[in-house]
Design a protein around this ligand. Structure first.
Ligand SMILES: NC(=O)c1ccc[n+]([C@@H]2O[C@H](COP(=O)([O-])OP(=O)(O)OC[C@H]3O[C@@H](n4cnc5c(N)ncnc54)[C@H](O)[C@@H]3O)[C@@H](O)[C@H]2O)c1
Length: 516
């Protein structure tokens, strides 16, 4: 494992570009502009790479929430009447501005999350891709027409906006989650209130600034607003306020369950959940093991294991398991761990001290249950929150490490004899986000893709479990929550369907019963 101390970008310059070199408000609404900073709790953000303070954000309070919501409700009354293709042009313009400012914004993402510059840029590319997808989709909010059984009647479905959508996002994708949900919300004619994780507030402020520029250019002010409370009281208002038509939540299953309970208790409001994953990949005896080792490695170590789709479990045929582990060790050896500000670093730090503790505890628990840490597994002795990616062998399906998501670069290796057994191990967890199979056997692949195969929302064959392609619907089953964002028909989740019937012939079914 290599590391470098060379920091190749200027943090101060990147922060100053978005006015983040001073205490900045975490509240934005078109009606009141950026909120006050005085009298607010201050969120101090530290870069996970070295623990240095990088920003101060004045947190949103309950009054800010009221102001933002009132403005968002008012704007939505106008926005819902703007033709959808024009709504799409606004979203596309936001994407263009993000593309034009990609390097500076990537620096902010990097300082906020500790993810490598390569990954920060990759995340922002996804935002740009999402804007083009949504702009095109805005012209294709299709409904079916149906044949009415009544004479001279026309029948069809149409899709209409919901109202105000609250987006609560996780720390690990501080821009992409907002784009996946927010762009579809906006083309649907909804206004959006974004509550990012207080662990990564700087990215949200920088993104909002670019949104404001696009809004001013295009006369679309007020569609996107921002709230960054420091605690959960204000966040919970966003969940419980019945004036908010939909809550799209991305984060842990435990918080997702709370959101579902609160929103679900008021019928008529919607929630969409994108929660925890525990992603497994079956590697059978016919697999190209070198290809598998490379794909699995990035799936485990990418974003320092802090992706909802990170590969957590490898379920390997017993005849190739040892060889596969050796190849993975060789691949892990070539991963450069280092300061994310160095473009050569592939793996950066974990987000905070609690994440490091979770890493330690998960490994200690696995060893206690009888597993072996076959590679890595140490917290690195250097400033910042760096850990070694770990390969754990001898894991049994019921071990906690195989059942629970640990948001860190740890992969458990389990073995099997028959494909049925592999699928049983694969599916026998609470989560259902991403899944994978490495194989060259068509029958094995198709079995995994069949009704008796993977029970997840995403299946990837001969590739890693991570890496978004915005054209597909993104989301998972079971305790991952069932939500879908991004491509395919995910836009429908942000609109309401109306079945319309029009009598154009001027006769009534009651004509021979009522004379007027
Ligand atoms: N399925 C997906 O698409 C997806 C994508 C990214 C992350 N995730 C999941 O997110 C988790 C990691 O992210 P995290 O640590 O930020 O998750 P988290 O659940 O701790 O926080 C998610 C968001 O919820 C907010 N929140 C926390 N308590 C709340 C409450 N009581 N009311 C309202 N909001 C509340 C947080 O401030 C944050 O904005 C992992 O489990 C990961 O798998 C899922």
């Amino acid at each position: 494992m290599l590391e470098t101390k060379e920091a190749l970008f200027n943090a101060a310059e990147a922060l100053a570009r978005f006015d983040l070199d001073q205490v900045h408000s975490g509240t934005y609404s078109d009606a009141t502009g950026w909120g006050p900073t005085a009298g607010r709790d201050v969120i101090e953000t530290r870069c996970p790479a070295d623990g240095e303070t990088v920003g101060h954000v004045a947190a949103s309070d309950a009054e800010d929430f009221e102001r933002v919501l009132a403005a968002s409700l008012e704007t939505q009354k106008k926005w819902r009447m703007v033709p959808a293709p024009r709504r799409g042009e606004f979203v596309r313009r936001i994407g263009q501005l993000i593309e034009e400012n990609l390097d500076a914004l990537a620096a902010v993402v990097c300082l906020d999350t500790g993810k490598s510059t390569m990954e920060a840029k990759g995340e922002l590319r996804e935002v740009v891709d999402m804007s083009t997808l949504a702009a095109g989709q805005a012209r294709m909010l299709y409904g079916y027409t149906q044949q009415s059984q009544r004479p001279e009647h026309r029948m069809y479905d149409q899709w209409l906006p919901l109202g105000v959508v609250g987006i609560i996002s996780a720390y690990n994708f501080p821009a992409a989650v907002w784009a996946q949900n927010g762009f579809l919300s906006a083309i649907a004619g909804n206004t959006v209130i974004w509550k990012p994780s207080p662990k990564v507030p700087l990215t949200a402020i920088a993104v909002q600034k670019l949104v404001n520029r696009a809004a001013a250019e295009m006369g679309c002010e007020g569609v996107f607003s921002l709230l960054i409370p420091s605690d959960n009281d204000v966040a919970e208002k966003l969940v419980s306020d019945t004036r908010i038509a939909m809550v799209s939540f991305t984060g842990s299953t435990s918080v997702g369950k709370k959101v579902a309970n609160i929103v679900g208790s008021t019928l008529g409001r919607r929630y969409q959940l994108e929660c925890s994953g525990n992603n497994g990949c079956i590697v059978d005896e016919t697999a190209d093991l070198e290809l598998a080792a490379k794909a699995l490695t990035f799936g485990v170590v990418g974003t320092t294991g802090q992706r909802c789709t990170s590969t957590r479990r490898v379920i390997a045929h017993s005849s190739i398991a040892d060889e596969l582990v050796e190849l993975m060790k060789k691949a892990f050896d070539q991963i450069r761990i280092g300061d994310p500000r160095d473009p050569a670093a592939v793996v950066g730090p974990l987000i905070d001290g609690a994440a490091v503790e979770d890493y330690r505890n998960a490994l200690a628990g696995a060893v206690k249950e009888g597993a072996t840490v076959a590679y890595g597994g140490e917290v690195m002795d250097r400033p910042g929150l760096y850990v070694e990616p770990a390969i754990v062998t001898g894991v049994q399906p019921h071990f906690e490490i195989a059942q629970e998501e640990t948001f860190a670069p740890i992969v458990s290796v389990l073995t099997y004899e028959t494909l049925e057994e592999a699928i049983e191990i694969h599916n026998n967890v609470a989560q259902g986000l991403a899944s994978g199979m490495h194989s060259t056997n068509l029958t094995n692949i198709e079995t995994f893709l069949s009704a008796r195969g993977s029970d997840c929302g995403i299946v990837r064959i001969n590739m890693g479990t991570t890496g978004a392609d915005v054209g597909a619907a993104f989301g998972g089953e079971k305790e991952t929550g069932g939500g879908r964002t991004a491509g395919s028909d995910a836009w429908q989740g942000f609109m309401r369907r109306q079945s319309v019937c029009v009598n154009w012939g001027g006769t009534s079914a009651w004509d021979n019963r009522i004379n007027l």
